[in-house]
Design a protein around this ligand. Structure first.
Ligand code: PLP
Length: 401
């Protein structure tokens, strides 16, 4: 391809930001309005109740910040914790790492349990550490539900069971940035105390909203939440949100988009959204299997339904595959981050997409791999994914081998 113009749609297959459906783009195409007008709450107030359904909570309280997911990370911890508080976190990828670093910058003491990248939270180790913490010094357990960097999903329910089995009162903090609204997530049932997400993944919006949901226990913990905070203070939102307003200028267009995104999710049905992501992930894994390549996820139980991280064979650089896919085929694939930089590339398959779109990405990845010299058979991944999409269970067994 020559020239600066890249005709046709860019195939956006990074694991966020994801494709924004045209109807959501249109819903955001609005004139600016007064966010203190008497009409504004008609837009904003229903959003909180509707988001609670996405988090699957009755009692939780939702906070919407004009920020990315990182802001919601910060809000979750600073509102409920004080400097010096101890937290327990497993580290198995770039995002679990960054959340730990953020906590430390706020003066929190994080006990880190290192897990191999390609695996996830280890409930047995968590239980063991909590059992040993006889004085209950550990105030919270942090879990990244879906580690976007490695394509690994952790079992949050099992972490809750581990906390309970240890008879420990620690709160459960969950990063659901690349899971909420794409993978099954159950705030109340799993006893999650603060869950957070961002707008640019399963919610199919541009980046710009950081969303946190706090349980009753988390709201009570705000009494001891002495970390420095201003912009992300829940208290200011609690004063203004019930009447439909914000303590500062909200991201008005994104709120219009959010209303439309919630309509889109309602129309498909959350459970169908999860099933679609599972089906698409199965197709991606069937392709990887046919290419004879390995996933970063070490075992089937870790495999994420929103992002597939594919190891490139030794001697090759994943960054070359990504650059070639982008330059030659207008396909954006996700990069390997930090410890896995160059070792893998990622196909994000979350948000608004279907089988044919994913087949396009698989075809592009296949061509880009061949272009850089990786010996995959052209068409093999596409054919395997097609067969999977047509045949379901039969092919799934192949992918799991
Ligand atoms: N957590 C996870 C799991 C992520 O995937 C990301 C971003 O991709 C973040 C946190 C950080 O979110 P943001 O980039 O929106 O600040």
């Amino acid at each position: 391809m020559s020239g600066a113009r890249k005709p046709g749609r860019n195939f956006l297959f990074v694991p966020g930001p994801t494709n924004v459906p045209d109807r959501i783009l249109r819903a955001m195409h609005v004139a600016m309005e007064d966010h203190r007008s008497p009409d504004f709450p008609k837009l904003t107030r229903p959003l909180y109740e509707r988001l609670k359904k996405v988090f699957k909570t009755e009692d939780g309280q939702v906070f919407i910040f004009p920020s990315s997911g990182t802001g919601a990370w910060e809000a979750a911890l600073t509102n409920t914790r004080a400097p010096g508080d101890k937290l327990l976190a497993s580290r198995f990828g770039q995002f679990s790492h960054l959340w730990i670093e953020l906590a430390r910058r706020h003066g929190l003491e994080v006990i880190v349990q290192e897990e191999e990248w390609g695996t996830g939270s280890n409930p047995e180790r968590i239980e063991e550490t909590l059992r040993a913490d006889k004085n209950h010094d550990i105030k919270g357990v942090m879990v990244v539900h879906n580690e976007t960097a490695t394509g690994v999903t952790s079992d949050v329910a099992a972490v809750r069971r581990a906390i309970d089995a240890a008879g420990h009162p620690a709160m459960l903090y969950v990063d659901g940035v690349s899971s909420i609204a794409s993978l099954d997530f159950r705030m109340d049932e799993w006893g999650v105390d603060v869950a957070i997400t961002g707008s640019q993944k399963g919610l199919m919006l541009p980046a710009g909203l950081g969303i946190a949901c706090a349980s009753k226990k988390a709201l009570a913990a705000m009494q001891n939440g002495n970390c420095r905070r201003a912009y992300f203070d829940f208290t200011d939102h609690m004063k203004t949100n019930p009447s439909g307003y914000f303590p500062y200028t909200p991201a008005v267009t994104l709120l219009h988009g959010l209303r439309e995104a919630l309509d889109v999710l309602d129309e498909e049905g959350l459970e169908n959204v999860f099933a679609r992501h599972h089906r698409l992930a199965g197709g991606a894994r069937a392709a990887v299997n046919a290419w004879g390549l390995k996933l970063c996820a070490k075992e089937p139980k870790w495999q994420s339904d929103t992002v597939t991280a594919i190891m490139v064979p030794p001697g090759f650089n994943g960054a070359d595959v990504i650059a070639t896919a982008y330059q030659r085929y207008n396909l954006a694939l996700g990069a390997g981050l930090s410890e896995v930089a160059g070792k893998l590339f990622r196909i994000g398959h979350l948000g608004d997409l279907n089988e044919l779109m994913l087949l396009g990405a698989i075809a592009g990845a296949e061509m880009a791999m061949r272009d850089v010299g990786i010996e995959v058979e052209l068409g093999s991944g596409v054919a395997a994914a097609q067969a999977y999409f047509r045949g379901g269970t039969e092919i799934r067994q192949v992918a799991a081998e």
